[in-house]
Design a protein around this ligand. Structure first.
Ligand code: ACO
Length: 321
């Protein structure tokens, strides 16, 4: 029996330069800074420039993660890009990242689980590493969500932003560090609560995001709590053992409610939704990078990442830093 563990060797992130504040949005649709902050906690979001694609954001985050790890792209044999907003219908954005980074070996593919994509990609890469199919993985969450928003719909366009985050995983024998456990779930019965009304096979258009906000909210807290408790139980820990809780950054009210239900204090919770808004698959690695860079997450810390999104999909991973 192998005792291989996937250890996080490096983290990176990238946010597009252009900032869009709530006041900017109030000039575009009938909304206000006060409404958005009170209902969501969001104050601003970053928006990709014209001609700046998901793969460009992903490459910038990946380069920073590689630098942080002290690795070169030649050290990597697996790239997974979690995204809902690929550059093109095909090829996979991960192969474009591979090409832009000058990597010709190994394997690269996309993973689609909407906002849960990064957590799904971490669990997938971990299993590639533990099974011996890969040694070192670049796991990226990257989105240009601004491209699938209806900028005349105030109920959705105020909620999302663009960005990318990445981690480098390496398989190491023995030791305490690394990914301890993951749990992934989905239930397609909920797809109509959060979806994009376009697609290759159905409409041959890209479509726009539609959401029943209250329904999503209602399910989010329970689903997040279930999967977090599930992961902790399978690894033999409780919420009290956690040093850091790094939730998907969809809405401050969801983060607060999940924290309350789980009994995780606000001081242990990483929040970036105020500045990034919901960047879908990029939100968790963006928050993770921030907390590592500013020195909050340190070696030996017990870190929980979790996300929930369209499908519904939801999942969590427990990492000993
Ligand atoms: N500005 C001003 N008024 C608005 C806006 C806006 N941007 N959006 C909606 N409203 C109005 C509505 O039209 C409605 O007006 P009415 O009462 O005259 O009909 C009123 O505000 C209340 O609308 P609700 O949708 O009931 O508002 P709610 O309090 O539920 O807040 C929100 C909406 C923020 C979307 C909330 O439901 C929510 O947080 N849901 C969770 C969904 C979420 O975060 N999704 C992110 C993606 S999913 C994920 O990543 C997990």
């Amino acid at each position: 029996m192998t005792s291989l563990k996937s250890i996080v060797r490096g983290t990176g992130s990238y946010l597009p330069e252009r900032l869009l504040t709530n006041d900017d949005l109030a000039k575009m649709v009938d909304t206000s800074d006060e409404w958005i902050v009170q209902r969501t906690g969001i104050r601003q979001r970053h928006v990709a420039a014209e001609g700046e694609f998901t793969s460009d954001l992903a490459v910038k985050a990946a380069r920073e993660a590689l630098d942080d790890a002290g690795f070169d792209i030649s050290d990597i044999d697996l790239i997974i890009v979690a995204t809902t907003t690929p550059d093109m219908t095909f090829p996979a954005t991960a192969t474009l990242v591979q090409q832009k980074m000058g990597m010709h070996h190994g394997v690269a593919f996309d993973l689609q689980a909407v906002c849960s994509g990064f957590v799904f990609a971490v669990a997938t890469a971990d299993n590639y590493i533990k099974s011996g199919m890969a040694k070192r993985a670049l796991v990226i969450g990257a989105e240009t969500f601004s491209r699938i928003l209806d900028w005349t719909d105030r109920t959705t366009c105020v909620l999302f932003g663009d960005g990318a985050g990445a981690i480098v995983l390496e398989g190491v024998e023995g030791g305490e560090e690394g990914i301890l456990a993951s749990s992934l779930r989905s239930d397609g019965a909920h797809w109509q609560k959060l979806y994009v009304d376009g697609g290759v096979s159905s409409t041959q258009t890209t479509g726009h995001v539609h959401m029943e906000g209250r329904e999503v909210f209602k399910h989010a807290v329970g689903m997040i709590s279930d999967v977090v408790e599930n992961v902790l139980e399978s690894a033999g820990y409780t919420c009290e053992d956690l040093d850091w809780f790094i939730p998907h950054q969809a809405n401050k009210r969801i983060i607060d409610a999940a924290g309350r239900k789980l009994g995780i204090p606000a001081e242990k919770t990483i929040v970036t939704v105020d500045r990034h808004a919901n960047t879908s698959a990029a939100s968790v690695p963006l928050a993770l990078r921030e907390a590592v860079k500013d020195g909050r997450v340190n070696k030996g810390d017990l870190v929980m990442i979790e996300a929930m999104g369209g499908g519904f999909t939801w999942g969590a991973s427990l990492i000993r830093w």
